[in-house]
Design a protein around this ligand. Structure first.
Ligand code: ASP
Length: 280
């Protein structure tokens, strides 16, 4: 089985910025290098997402958008397809890499989803890097009055044909404190099983109401085509709910698909035997 990874940098009306493309290339390359070395898909998606969390040009980790209270609250999740193991965290503050916290929760196995101070206490008990929440409020964000989207996510198929999906976000700019979006909700923003792995981006409230990532899995079960499954899910979304959505999908053969609402763009990075390709 030839491994492959697909990474996204959020859906939206984003300008094509060289910095964002470079960050995407770095993340895709690092994730693919792990797959090429025989590592599990779960390691690859965690690595790709953690690199984008450390890049302030994306809305995750240190680049997260602010709540209406001027604070940063992040959401993240990852899921492994063949075991259906999952870890998700919501509304966490002061965690440098929320995706690593979600991974620690997945490995722990007791719970799937922790939020707020409980998640932070768990992070402490696992020795994860905690930082002053104020340091996540970067100068760039304070100046950013534009609609800013750039949630990050990754899906991968490893050399054993095992799949994994990961998503991390600061959520929607100006959100109410305590709001949790689709990204950490298993089946909505993030989902993986034995046949497909999916990561979504866009208007979280609408993505949750359409259970979008799982919808892709259901459509894949009918068509056995990742591109068709992605397109079907985004079409359904456009017909049924307001807002925009984008998603990436990979199947157990390493075939990839993606789709986003009409008039939107979604930066993505693809890593497979043909090399690393970044584009919209
Ligand atoms: N889906 C994310 C949320 O609603 C935001 C995004 O993808 O841009 O939290």
């Amino acid at each position: 089985m030839t491994p492959a990874i697909l990474v996204h940098g959020g859906v939206g009306p984003h300008p094509s910025e060289a910095r964002r493309r470079q960050g995407m290339a770095r993340a895709t390359e690092a994730g693919y290098a792990l797959l090429a070395a025989g590592k599990p898909a779960l390691d690859a998606v965690e690595m790709a997402v953690a690199i984008l969390e450390d890049d302030p040009t994306f809305n995750a980790g240190c680049g997260s958008v602010l709540t209406e209270a001027g604070t940063v609250e992040t959401d993240a999740a990852l899921m492994e397809g063949h075991t259906l193991r999952a870890g998700a965290v919501g509304s966490v503050t002061g965690i440098q890499n929320p995706i690593r916290l979600a991974r620690a929760l997945l490995e722990d196995g007791r719970h799937v989803f922790l939020v707020g101070s409980g998640a932070e206490t768990f992070a402490k008990s696992r020795g994860l890097t905690q930082i002053d929440p104020a340091s996540l409020v970067t100068a760039a964000q304070k100046k950013d009055w534009l609609d800013h989207r750039g949630t990050v996510g990754a899906v991968a198929c490893d050399a054993f044909g095992h799949l994994a999906a990961a998503t991390s976000t600061g959520g929607l700019r100006g959100k109410h404190p305590g709001r949790i979006g689709d990204s950490p909700v298993i089946g909505a923003g993030t989902y993986a099983d034995r046949r497909v792995a999916v990561s979504c981006t866009g208007d979280g409230e609408s993505i949750m109401r359409t259970v979008l990532a799982h919808r892709v899995a259901v459509s894949y079960g009918i068509h056995l085509d990742p591109l068709q499954a992605a397109a079907d899910a985004v079409d359904f979304f456009g017909l049924e709910v307001p807002g925009i959505a984008g998603l990436i999908v990979i199947d157990l053969c390493g075939r990839m698909g993606f789709a986003s609402s009409p008039g939107t763009t979604m930066l993505s990075g693809r890593g497979d035997a043909t090399g690393i390709h970044v584009g919209y």
